[in-house]
Design a protein around this ligand. Structure first.
Ligand SMILES: [Fe+2]
Length: 339
């Protein structure tokens, strides 16, 4: 029998090692995703923990310009969240790339974003095995110097990932350590290559995925990448046209930057999710997590001081991902290297 959202939050909080002496803060937006806030509070109480809901009147979540950043309510949210142990983010867009996240986790708090429908939360719930595979990927990125991605479609991209201090994102979908952020559900590892080092070209083909547009690519699109920025977008079909139109709309050179790069490892996540579910009901975690994808992204990078709401996550199929010449993904399948 499928679990209720409250039961799923209980399972999730157990993974997060929530104790009865702790307090959960739920950050929400007025009138939005209220069932998530209520389920999180009820589940925290089921486990004997304290719980409160911090509700902003609204947070900006622009999909297209014009927009104006407005952080007035964030300072108050932060002050209250700082008194809690586990912060559950059920805002619409998620406080993912903002410095809110850094300020909460930098304080040693655990923070978890939740956005997917109940069915997806249940199907893709993380576990120790998933965590081990994500961590193994992180070790390979940490030890590597050069990330190279190729495909039969024509992708050939390299980026500098050298050094001990490379920012690496390990996402297995729960937060059981102080200072950890995650998004339930997840199953991927990614890094932020050194800024302005990515070079080459990325060739999108039908079946690759555009998030948050929540649809598959239909036409071939060739993106030229120079010094970490997209400098040309070519293609005969509508996809190249709308990608150019979207990027141009922001009138901001930062939107052309490459951001995180990595690969999916979740054994349950399916490419067909955008076809099977109502795609706009999804946040896209299932596609981000498909085992053997190469996922790269555009725009914001808090490690490079870049904040723009123009962020595309693009999981690609049938790529080969190599670290210093050793494939971790070959032709869209995990090689098991490092595991
Ligand atoms: Fe992203």
């Amino acid at each position: 029998m499928p679990k209720t959202l409250r039961e799923l939050f209980v399972d999730q909080f157990k993974l997060c090692k929530l104790t009865s002496s702790e307090t959960v803060a739920v950050i929400s937006e007025l009138g939005q995703k209220t069932q998530y806030a209520e389920a999180a509070v009820a589940a925290a109480r089921d486990l004997g923990a304290g719980a409160l809901v911090l509700t902003a009147s609204s947070l900006s979540n622009p999909m297209l310009p014009p927009y104006e950043a407005d952080g007035r309510e964030v300072a108050a949210l932060l002050a209250a969240a700082a008194e809690c142990d586990l912060v559950i983010d059920v805002t619409v867009g998620g406080l993912i790339h903002s410095d809110v996240r850094t300020r909460i986790t930098g304080n040693g708090k655990r923070m978890l974003f939740v956005a997917e429908p109940t069915d997806v939360l249940e199907r893709l719930m993380g576990d120790e095995n998933l965590r081990a595979v994500v961590e193994a990927g992180g070790r390979l990125l940490r030890a590597g110097n050069t990330l190279r991605v190729t495909s039969a479609a024509g992708t050939d991209l390299t980026a500098d990932i050298s050094g001990e201090n490379l920012p690496i994102t390990h996402q297995w979908g729960y937060v059981d350590e102080p200072g950890r952020w995650d998004h339930w559900p997840s199953g991927f590892v990614a890094c932020f290559p050194h800024d302005r080092t990515a070079q080459g070209q990325i060739v999108l083909q039908a079946g690759d995925v555009l998030i948050p547009w929540q649809r598959a690519v239909r036409d071939t699109v060739t993106l030229t990448v120079e010094d970490g920025f997209i400098t040309d977008i070519k293609g005969d079909g509508n996809d190249a046209f709308v990608l150019r139109d979207y990027m141009e709309a922001w009138h901001d050179p930062e939107v052309y930057a490459l951001s995180h790069m990595g690969w999916g490892v979740h054994p349950i996540a399916r490419w067909s999710a955008f076809e099977v579910y109502e795609p706009r009901s999804l946040y896209g975690q299932e596609l981000r997590s498909t085992a053997g994808n190469f996922m790269w992204s555009t725009g914001p990078n808090r490690f490079a001081g870049r904040e723009t709401p123009a962020h595309l996550d693009i999981p690609m199929r049938a790529c080969t991902v190599e670290i210093d010449g050793v494939a971790v993904v070959r032709d869209g399948r995990l090689t098991g290297e490092g595991a």
